[in-house]
Design a protein around this ligand. Structure first.
Ligand SMILES: [Zn+2]
Ligand SMILES: [Zn+2]
Length: 446
């Protein structure tokens, strides 16, 4: 896709017509005091070939694209700039020198975008939000819009179709109940007794009251690692990857209570069409969530959204709707002190997301179905790195985000003992997608 308007567009705007005589420019009427300038600009008309002028319009458009929200806007600015250059030049040589200087000036202006705190996305004051400001310090509605537009086009082919969404257990709209979602491949173990739960960590069955609270305090003891088979003298031996304990040994992790990972399929919202679809790119964002275990199962406790420039645009802890049984601190790094009363609810987070995620916004993530379930957010325009980089043994095997970042980005993440970092993970997913795009020879700015 070419982002730049063609030569014919130059004619339509009244700057000069390629089919008419070279000099047929519509120079706007000017006051008498500027007569000299006007005469000079009319003399130069024949001296700057149309294709040279078009070339500079193109180059100017490229520069303006770095700070303007749309191609149309950039093109109009480029036309105005080129017209100024043209009017100031007595001959072709002068035109070239003025045009080159103008281009240099523009490049300097758009080279280093400054960062600033932006309040357009976040509703809550604790949220850290960074967006890129243009050279004049004005806030652009979307960071690096030109880059986003290029990225968006290149990523289109990686968007999962409905079949893939079903296969990978993404939440989909329940056709019979608005605001409810369904999972087609729900293979979680459940029991028929409404007052019994199966612990998703150790597999034990435990009893709960009508409100979902544990009726007995019972420790949950398990291995979070997998059994790994190893050759040892005299045969094979399976040990847990978490603690090197022999298969069958008592769990190396002990928790106060059992937990279950059911997700309430009500209270879902769907991303909506944009009100002004022509205006700008729908955007590309990567997101990562943390969950905790409550009396009602898995609930959202943190969300972090990163833009295509790898800047955090939305990051907040989230207050679960029910009593927390286990903060899942070992993996999430989140503890009781983080989830304060003034944290937004999942409903408030949904409303914030709806402000910048429309139905055609590309959301990037690793196994994003879990995040979307926790967010109770129905969205089908998804690029999932766990699907984009398949396991060599095929589904249901999936590579972890750790595997992928180590293999493709040559980096180790999620090593921290106090849980992994959602911003790191979201950024890693975006980087993986950028890597893939580059590898497949897409995009033009590499
Ligand atoms: Zn273990
Ligand atoms: Zn358990």
């Amino acid at each position: 896709m070419s982002l730049l308007p063609s030569v014919s567009a130059l004619g339509h705007t009244g700057l000069g017509s390629p089919s008419g005589p070279q000099g047929a420019l519509q120079v706007p009427p000017k006051p008498l005091t500027k007569r000299k300038v006007k005469q000079r600009s009319e003399r130069v008309k024949d001296k700057v070939p149309h294709d040279v002028r078009q070339r500079y319009v193109n180059m100017f458009t490229e520069e303006f694209l770095k700070t303007s929200p749309t191609v149309k806007d950039s093109f109009e600015k480029a036309l105005a700039e080129e017209r100024t250059v043209y009017n100031r030049s007595a001959n072709k040589l002068k035109y070239l020198s003025v045009a080159v200087n103008a281009l240099k000036r523009m490049k300097n202006q758009s080279a280093v975008p400054t960062k600033g705190v932006c309040e357009c996305i976040c509703v809550c004051t604790r949220v850290c939000a960074l967006l890129i400001f243009n050279s004049k310090g004005e806030h652009s509605p979307q960071h690096e819009p030109a880059w986003d537009a290029v990225l968006y086009e290149s990523l289109k082919e990686y968007i999962m179709n409905e079949e893939k969404l079903i296969e990978h257990n993404y939440p989909l709209q329940n056709p019979e109940r608005p605001g409810s979602a369904i999972l087609f491949a729900d293979n979680k173990k459940t029991v028929n007794d409404p007052l019994k739960r199966i612990c998703c960590r150790c597999g034990a069955t435990y009893s709960v009251s009508k409100t979902g609270k544990h009726t007995r305090k019972e420790e949950c003891n398990y291995h979070y690692g997998k059994g790994v088979e190893k050759k040892v003298p005299g045969g094979d031996e399976t040990r847990y990857s978490c603690c090197e304990g022999v298969m069958g040994a008592p769990g190396c992790q002990v928790f106060r209570l059992h937990v279950h990972d059911a997700v309430d399929m009500n209270g879902f919202v769907s991303s909506r069409p944009r009100e002004d679809p022509e205006r700008s790119c729908p955007g590309v964002y990567s997101l990562d969530c943390e969950m905790c275990y409550t009396t009602h199962g898995l609930e959202l406790s943190r969300i972090t959204v990163v833009n295509s420039a790898l800047h955090v645009v939305y990051d907040t802890f989230v207050k679960p709707g029910n009593d927390v049984v286990d903060f899942n601190t070992r993996f999430s790094g989140i503890s009781e002190k983080d989830l304060k009363e003034d944290c937004p609810s999942v409903g408030e987070v949904q409303q914030t997301l709806l402000r910048f995620v429309s139905v055609d916004t590309i959301l990037v993530g690793h196994g994003l179905e879990t995040s979307l379930c926790a967010l109770k957010f129905l969205h089908g325009t998804v690029v999932d790195t766990s699907v984009l980089f398949p396991h060599r043994m095929g589904p249901p095997h999936k590579l972890t985000l750790n595997n992928l970042t180590a293999d493709y980005l040559r980096r180790i993440i999620q090593d921290s003992v106090c849980g992994h970092d959602t911003a790191d993970d979201a950024a890693a997913c975006m980087e993986l997608v950028l890597w893939k795009m580059k590898e497949d020879g897409k995009g033009r700015k590499w």
